[in-house]
Design a binder for this molecule. Structure first.
Ligand code: G6Q
Length: 540
């Protein structure tokens, strides 16, 4: 297949880049008094202002031509139709089916998966209602007050992010904790103040073979049994969320206590499958349904809106514009909402595990940049830390500002100050402060270069009324589909993750070498010496 860089549309963009790269946002705004209103878009409850980008109308047209030439329309249709677009794993990619309303039809291998999705949602709802009402009792008859989700990667990051994001609508009588790391500290700290009699573990693992999760789940079982001293208690304190019923039974969890999903749900796209049971326990089935409705609204927008008014498509193409032509390596995600504190971490997996690829679908090495590095922190904390580099450093870092018109905690003038800071940062990045402006303030000549802001640093501003379950769903779906858009242009598979395999295999080889009789070490000299140092310290 043709590499995207060989397409005429790419060449046209490259030539156009040469013509516009020096254009400053100050000029672009001066040329068009309506730019700030014109380059905006509303979809699924989200408002996007993309006017502070180093683009002209021609840039947009050329980016859209590239998306067309790369077959984005057909790729979207293929995903929604349940075709096997995850080619290296031979799977359909149907997270969109997880939020499709009852009554719709999406076929996988000739079978409609929508009724299956709703059957699991109903079981999750019945279970959540039992736990939330206190009807579901622990082994000693006490109601459940603590829920500990044990999972990692896609079986952790989405649920943690959603729990933090939706705390304001969560049941404050339930304490939720998340254990992911194989570092025993994670489990120890998460459970140290919990009463086993009132604690429910959700073992969330698509495969039910993941080393970290299985190790933590065994530790959890031992922790429970140390207190309750009866194997029969496991059935009241453990549920499994998995696609692998055989491994769930082998672990000792009754499959009646198992919530299933399907191989067409990728780990990092699974937060609205049964993997989201912790979210449903926290916010209730009705709240979970509202979140799914937000996802679905953005799915429908992505599926049907013309690309020029399609928010995920524009977001994806704009990221690509900087990554390919301006050599921008990273994107900063800056939520001005404390409830979104885990959103950047969640996005890191979504974007980087999806698009951190170096060969095309057909296995050919790419000769262009793929997935950017995503990172960020909630505002305004970041302003007192790394924003310096974004404003005055040598690197170009496109930013996504995310904010809300209303706060869930309207204390005094806090929210006005928060949002003023967000608007001000985007303004300062775009327009900067010229040397003349600095000098005109009476700044000493030798300080002028230090106090000058070049500006021309691009950003998106995403606004919504308030952070509700619907809005969170729409926001996550926005990024999911923007990741997909980019992967189609790059001709890479956004849905596999072979890059995480090698380290896992090597760790399995090293685990037995760390204890027991001196093994014959056959690694490189550095790894051998690190293992010897560790063994010596451990007396092994
Ligand atoms: C996500 C990845 C990965 C996965 C974890 C946990 O897309 O596949 O992060 O979610 O490795 O896997 P299990 O759910 O199978 O334990």
């Amino acid at each position: 297949m043709t590499l995207v860089t060989q397409r005429p549309e790419w060449g046209q963009l490259a030539a156009h880049y040469g013509a516009v790269k020096e254009l400053h946002l100050r000029e672009l705004f001066a040329q068009d008094a309506t730019r700030g209103e014109r380059l905006t878009l509303t979809a699924a409850g989200l408002f996007l202002d993309y006017s502070k980008h180093r683009i002209t109308d021609e840039t947009l047209g050329l980016l859209l031509n590239l998306a067309d030439a790369c077959g984005l329309r057909a790729a979207i249709d293929a995903m929604f139709a349940g075709q096997t677009i995850n080619t290296t794993e031979g799977r359909a990619v149907l997270h969109v089916a997880l939020r499709t309303p009852r009554g719709a039809t999406i076929l996988v291998d000739g079978e409609n998966v929508v009724p299956q999705v709703h059957a699991v949602l109903e079981r999750m709802a019945a279970f959540s209602n039992q736990v939330r009402s206190g009807e579901w009792k622990g082994f000693t008859g006490k109601p459940i007050r603590n829920v500990v989700n044990i999972g990692i990667g896609g079986s952790d990051l989405g649920p943690v992010m959603a729990y933090e994001a939706l705390r304001q609508v969560s049941d404050r009588n339930l304490t939720l904790r998340f254990v992911s790391n194989i570092d025993g500290t994670d489990f120890a700290e998460a459970t140290r103040d919990l009463d086993p009699q009132e604690t429910l573990f959700l073992v969330a693992s698509k495969t039910f073979t993941t080393l970290e999760t299985m190790t933590n789940a065994r530790t959890a079982r031992a922790w429970l049994l140390a207190a309750l001293a009866d194997e029969a208690s496991v059935a009241r304190h453990f549920v499994a969320i998995s696609t692998n019923a055989k491994e769930v039974s082998a672990f000792g969890i009754d499959t009646n206590n198992m919530f299933g999903f399907w191989d067409w749900v990728g780990g990092r796209y699974s937060m609205d499958s049964a993997i989201g049971l912790s979210t449903m326990l926290a916010i209730g089935p009705e709240g979970f349904g509202r979140m799914l409705a937000g996802f679905h609204a953005m799915d429908e927008h992505f599926r049907t809106a013309p690309f020029g008014q399609n928010m995920p498509v524009l977001l994806g193409l704009l990221n690509l514009w900087y990554g390919e032509f301006f050599d921008a390596d990273t994107v900063a995600v800056l939520p001005y909402d404390q409830y979104l504190k885990r959103f950047p971490a969640y996005l890191q997996q979504l974007t980087m595990e999806s698009n951190g690829k170096r060969v095309t679908h057909s296995g050919e090495p790419v000769d262009y940049q793929t997935g950017a590095i995503f990172w960020g922190e909630p505002g305004t904390n970041g302003q007192h830390s790394f924003y310096q580099l974004i404003h005055q450093g040598t690197k170009l870092i496109p930013c996504d500002f995310i904010g809300f018109l209303h706060s869930h905690n309207p204390l005094g003038a806090h929210h006005d100050m928060l949002m003023a800071n967000m608007f001000a940062q985007a303004e300062a990045l775009a327009f900067g402060k010229t040397a003349q402006e600095v000098a005109a303030e009476g700044t000493k000549a030798e300080l002028v270069p230090h106090r000058t802001f070049p500006g021309n640093r691009p950003s998106n501003t995403i606004l919504a009324e308030r952070l509700t379950p619907e809005v969170l769903g729409a926001l996550v779906a926005l990024y999911e589909h923007s990741v997909f858009t980019q992967s189609v242009v790059w001709d890479i598979n956004a849905f596999d993750q072979w890059g995480v395999e090698l380290g896992k295999v090597l760790a399995q080889r090293i685990i037995p070498e760390l204890s027991g009789p001196e093994p014959e070490l056959r690694h490189d000299s550095s790894t051998n010496s690190l293992i010897r140092r560790y063994r010596a310290a451990r007396g092994g």
